[in-house]
Write a protein that binds this ligand. Structure first.
Ligand code: AKG
Length: 289
């Protein structure tokens, strides 16, 4: 008699894609190994062992943000598109996190904390796996792609791909997140930001339903790498606090240069980036000085 039971899925039962395939998950690869296996081919991966020494891992909690930064004004967004956005004091928003969830889950996304609370940047270190050309530009030319995300259970990001062809690392400090990734293949041309992979009680849009996304469940301390051009959406399975940065490196440079040039405010940054990288690259022997 066969008594084997299938392992219980770690995916929530309401998710349409119970057969989604997990992304790779590894402990602290070297930069070289990261580039070879995930950075250069442009594949998502979950990385452990990179945040253990960060002060954020100890310090950052809902109570910490309420106490230390509660006076900041922030903009939060409703899960339901019709809900729109509203401006609130951070302390007032944090006080609601244990309240109603579902479609009323307001999400603090893309908080540009470096403007209001720059000291928070001292609580983490950009991992060596993610050297960033933007960090080498003059401050006025850096696009400033560093954000904190705080949201209650059942809050979620929109279906999107990242700004200006950049890639991102996202470190979860508290909570649990479910990520879905849709590859930048021929189907991706039909996607747009109005899609929602996290609908319940009905099938998602046919443009998504026929695909088999990749997924991961991110636990505290883990970093998720999202390569350029991958469509993705993220769902907070528990109240979550995360910090994320989008960057330019040798693996995504051509996408970033194109992406920045398409944005009026990105043209100067694209030029500075091209000059920086051009000066850095070795010239062929015999090239004119
Ligand atoms: O953590 C999240 O909710 C979304 C993160 C994300 O998708 C992003 O930063 O692009």
């Amino acid at each position: 008699m066969n008594t084997a039971h299938p392992a219980p899925s770690e995916l929530p039962a309401w998710l349409y894609w119970q057969e989604a395939a997990p992304i790779d998950s590894v402990e602290a690869p070297t930069r070289e190994a990261f580039v070879e296996r995930w950075g250069a081919p442009g594949l998502p991966v979950k990385l452990g062992g990179l945040t253990d020494a960060w002060p954020a891992r100890e310090r950052w909690s809902v109570a910490f943000f309420r106490r230390e930064h509660g006076a900041c004004d922030v903009t939060v967004e409703a899960r339901a598109a019709a809900g729109g956005t509203r401006s609130v004091r951070l302390a007032d928003y944090l006080a609601t996190l244990d309240g109603p969830t579902g479609n009323e889950a307001w999400y603090l996304k893309d908080w540009v904390f470096r403007e209001q609370a720059p000291a928070l940047a001292d609580d983490y270190r950009v991992p060596a796996q993610f050297p960033d050309y933007f960090a080498e530009l003059e401050p006025a030319l850096r696009p400033g792609y560093s954000w904190i995300y705080i949201g209650p259970r059942d809050s979620a990001s929109n279906f999107h791909r990242d700004v200006a062809g950049t890639s991102a690392w996202n470190a979860l400090i508290r909570g649990r997140k479910l990520w879905l990734f849709f590859a930048p293949d021929e189907h991706a041309a039909a996607y747009d930001n109005s899609l929602d992979a996290f609908v319940r009680d009905r099938s998602p849009d046919p443009r998504l339903a026929a695909r088999r996304p990749l997924y991961c469940i991110q636990e505290p301390g883990e970093i998720v790498f999202t390569p350029s051009l991958w469509w993705h959406q993220v769902y907070n399975l528990e109240t979550s606090i995360a910090v994320t940065e989008n960057f330019a490196d040798d693996c995504n440079l051509k996408h970033v240069l194109r992406g920045l040039r398409e944005r009026p405010e990105g043209r100067h940054t694209a030029l500075a980036l091209a000059l920086l990288v051009g000066c850095r690259r070795p010239r062929p022997i015999g090239a004119r000085q």
